[in-house]
Design a protein around this ligand. Structure first.
Ligand SMILES: Nc1ncnc2c1ncn2[C@@H]1O[C@H](COP(=O)(O)OP(=O)(O)OP(=O)(O)O)[C@@H](O)[C@H]1O
Length: 351
């Protein structure tokens, strides 16, 4: 079953333009000029129930605009959306009872009252029965470690504490789909990890579908099996994270520490026939770069380990930031070339 079905979705904004100078200002009084900004350009994607999907892109790519349409805050200019079987901006009451939303930068909790009172208000808004509320609250308090926070006013909480309460608030009514917009922004690594662990277990336990917007690629690595990447309102990648890495990540770097001095020719000789590049750091340490799909780490290591005494090995994984930068570069290039061509042709899929 599909949790989210988006077809040819488009959003244009009309932006007022000001003409410069006194004359321009005078003209503006009588006749405003408008220009259209197209934030989302005829995108299509489907997310099955139970999937955690990362929705990423640079600032201004159109992520928030999409999320706002998916949650019914904005009405699309054209195209179709079904979320949980509903059209988000119609049938509001039924629709909102099936979704939860967390905007990292904004709060859905009331600032001056105790956290638990906010939860009780949300219980009323979503018409959750007393029994369900109690069961749900107990579980959330336990899993997000909220017991010490419940009676405190939100304004007295740290950012990490508040974010844990925000998550609980978005889940009081046990929604089938959770939209998260930058849920870990500004948090320290410990809280980030706790939140990721919580989301993983939520997804496993309840099959909650999660659409996650983030600039933090560790979030994506920890949680998402699939990534949709936007650039300038268009989808430039839709597929698995592993494939993304394999296709766009350049390779792995292995750093070796040796017991005894080595030379570059010796290392090159050992890996003869393999498409790898050695670099000597000092006589006891060398780096080897192993490009994806052209050589593999175990083959390189087995050739070296059998001959040289190794003290330490470190494998540097591909940095996803680099991958994204690469994609953006080629994605933007692609989009420019195909400006007048059908959007689909600019999409790299995992097929
Ligand atoms: N209400 C609006 N009126 C006019 N233009 C808008 C409006 N909302 C968004 N835009 C424009 O639409 C484009 C996409 O914005 P959007 O906020 O969706 O990007 P984003 O990917 O969420 O960026 P960020 O990562 O910075 O949040 C931008 O060019 C933005 O200026």
């Amino acid at each position: 079953m599909l949790a989210i079905d988006v077809q040819q979705l488009r959003k244009e904004f009309q932006v007022q333009q000001s003409r410069g100078g006194l004359k321009g200002a005078f003209q503006d009084l009588f006749r405003r000029e408008y220009k259209h900004v197209t934030a989302v350009k005829d995108i299509s994607f489907q997310i099955p129930k139970g999937e955690i999907c990362g929705y990423i892109g640079e600032n201004g790519a159109g992520k928030s605009t999409t999320i706002k349409m998916l949650t019914g805050i904005l009405v699309p200019t054209s195209g179709e959306i079904k979320v949980n079987g509903y059209v988000p901006f119609k049938e509001r009451e039924k629709f909102v009872s099936g979704i939860g939303v967390v905007f990292g930068q904004r709060s859905q909790l009331w600032w001056d009252i105790g956290v638990v009172e906010s939860f009780q208000l949300l219980k009323k808004v979503y018409r959750v029965s007393e029994a369900d509320y109690k069961k749900r609250l107990d579980e959330l308090v336990d899993r997000l470690q909220l017991s010490d926070l419940l009676s405190r006013p939100v304004r007295k909480l740290s950012l990490g504490q508040r974010m844990r309460c925000e998550l609980a608030a978005s889940l009081i009514h046990n929604p089938a789909i959770l939209f998260l917009d930058e849920p870990t922004i500004g948090l320290d690594i410990v809280v980030k990890t706790e939140i990721r662990e919580f989301l993983k277990s939520l997804n496993q336990r309840y099959e909650t579908t999660i659409l996650l917007t983030t600039h933090d690629l560790q979030d994506i690595e920890a949680l998402c099996s699939r990534v949709i990447m936007l650039d300038d309102g268009r989808i430039i990648y839709d597929g698995g994270l592993e494939e993304l890495k394999a296709k766009w990540g350049k390779g792995k770097e292995v750093v070796l520490q040796f017991e005894y001095p080595v030379t570059l020719p010796k290392l090159q000789e050992l890996t003869q026939g393999l498409d790898v590049a050695w670099q000597l750091e000092n006589e006891l340490s060398a780096k080897v770069f192993i490009p994806y799909e052209r050589a593999n780490v175990s083959e390189v290591l087995s050739r070296v380990v059998g001959v040289l005494q190794i003290q330490d090995i470190k494998i540097n994984e591909t940095n996803t930031d680099d991958i994204v930068r690469e994609i953006y570069k080629s994605g933007s290039a692609e989009v420019k070339q195909t400006e007048d061509i059908k959007q689909d042709e600019g999409v790299f899929t995992h097929a």
